[in-house]
Design a protein around this ligand. Structure first.
Ligand SMILES: [Zn+2]
Length: 131
């Protein structure tokens, strides 16, 4: 689970309130798992290369992101095909916080396009809105 729950817990309230996606990195450094501050994206996308970057010498685990508010035009509770394609290519984990307050993890399997393992790793409490 690493720092993904904490990272998503801290931003998902804002993501839902403003209807934008956010993303940031999950990484290991000096024996500890950590995350970068979230970068704001758009209503239906966020960058797969968020800024700030993890510090030099980090082992990158993957990226966390949120899916903004509930919208009937989007499948916000699941990883999109684009989500899977990008992280299959990189062979990194992708975490998502959904408007339904669930955190899911996508773990690519080499050679299996969009066939990685999806797990629900936790439920989040929606806390205050960060400016
Ligand atoms: Zn996504």
């Amino acid at each position: 689970m690493c720092a993904a729950m904490a990272a998503i817990n801290g931003i998902v309230g804002t993501s839902i309130a403003v209807g934008k996606e956010y993303s940031g990195w999950i990484y290991w450094k000096d024996g500890a798992c950590s995350y970068t501050e979230p970068e704001r994206g758009g209503a239906d996308h966020s960058t797969a290369n968020p800024v700030p970057k993890p510090p030099d010498g980090s082992d990158i685990i993957g990226v966390y992101h949120t899916h903004g508010k509930k919208d009937k035009h989007y499948k916000n509770e699941v990883f999109s095909d684009m989500d899977k394609d990008i992280f299959d290519r990189r062979n990194q984990k992708l975490y998502v916080g959904t408007p339904g307050a669930v955190v899911k993890k996508y773990s690519p399997i080499k050679g299996k396009c969009r066939g990685g393992v999806v797990e629900t790793i936790g439920q989040i409490g929606i806390v205050g809105v960060q400016k």
